[in-house]
Write a protein that binds this ligand. Structure first.
Ligand code: SAM
Length: 212
C-alpha cells in the first residue's frame, strides 16, 4: 500500500486491510485518527462511495486529518472521545491503531467500537507491546503511555467485548543505521540510536467480528 506516506508501520496496516478484504463502498471508522494517515489509506480503498469517520478527542487532530484528507470527500473528521463513540450509521469496520495504549480504560473503548459495527462487521485494533522493542539489544520502554503493553491483551479484549476472535498476530519494523526506522525511534524517544540495531515495538493486530 503506497498511500501511507512515510509511515514505518505501513506494512502491518496493509497486512490487516488485505486480510480483511476492505473494499470500495465500505463504511469505516478510524478511532484516534491522529494526523489521519490511516484515514487517508482507508479513504483510498473505500472510494467515493464509501465513508471514513475519522474520530479523535483532540480538535487539533480533527483539523490535521481534515487537511490531510482534503482531497477525499468521503472522510468525515469528528471530535469525539472514543469512550463516547456515536456515529450516524453502523459501519462495516471500526479500526484503531496506537490508541488503546493511551486511553484510561481499554475495555470501555473496545466495547464502544464493537457497538458501532453492523452485525457481521469487523473491529480491528493494532496496538504495541512497547517493552518488546529493542535498541542495541536493550528493552525499549514508553513510561508515558498508560498501557504500554496493551497489544499483548488485545485478543482477550476482543473476546471480552463479545466479539468472535477471528485472527491475531504481531509484526515489528526493524533496522540498523540511518533510515526511517532510526528516525522514527528518535522522534519517539528523543534519543538518536546511531548504528545500534533496532526492533521497533511489535504491533499486535487483532481481528474481531460481530455475530451476523
Ligand atoms: C499516537 S496517536 C495515533 C494516531 C493514528 N491512529 C496513527 O496510528 O497514526 C493517538 C491519537 O489518539 C488520540 N486519543 C487519545 N485518547 C483518546 C480518546 N480517549 N478518544 C479519542 N482519541 C484519543 C490522540 O489525540 C491521538 O491523536
Amino acid at each position: 500500500m503506497d498511500t501511507l506516506r512515510d509511515d514505518v508501520y505501513r506494512r502491518p496496516l496493509a497486512t490487516a486491510l488485505d486480510r480483511l478484504g476492505v473494499a470500495q463502498g465500505w463504511r469505516v471508522v478510524d478511532v484516534g485518527a491522529g494526523q489521519g494517515d490511516v484515514s487517508v489509506a482507508l479513504a483510498e480503498i473505500v472510494g467515493h462511495d464509501g465513508r471514513v469517520y475519522a474520530v479523535d478527542s483532540d480538535p487539533l487532530a480533527r483539523d490535521e486529518t481534515a487537511a490531510a484528507a482534503a482531497a477525499y470527500s468521503q472522510v468525515v473528521a469528528l471530535t469525539q472521545a472514543a469512550e463516547d463513540l456515536v456515529l450516524p450509521e453502523q459501519v462495516d469496520l471500526a479500526f484503531c491503531r496506537f490508541l488503546l495504549l493511551h486511553v484510561v480504560d481499554p475495555p470501555t473503548v473496545m466495547g464502544r467500537m464493537a457497538s458501532v459495527v453492523r452485525p457481521g462487521g469487523w473491529v480491528v485494533a493494532q496496538e504495541p507491546v512497547t517493552s518488546a522493542g529493542r535498541v542495541g539489544g536493550a528493552a525499549l520502554s514508553m513510561p508515558d503511555a498508560r498501557h504500554p503493553d496493551v497489544g499483548a491483551e488485545l485478543p482477550a479484549l476482543v473476546r471480552a467485548s463479545g466479539l468472535e476472535l477471528v485472527d491475531a498476530w504481531a509484526e515489528a519494523p526493524a533496522g540498523a543505521g540511518p533510515g526511517p526506522v532510526a528516525e522514527y525511534l528518535a522522534s519517539l524517544t528523543g534519543v538518536e540510536p546511531g548504528d545500534d540495531p533496532i526492533v521497533l515495538p511489535p504491533l499486535v493486530t487483532v481481528l474481531g467480528r460481530r455475530a451476523g
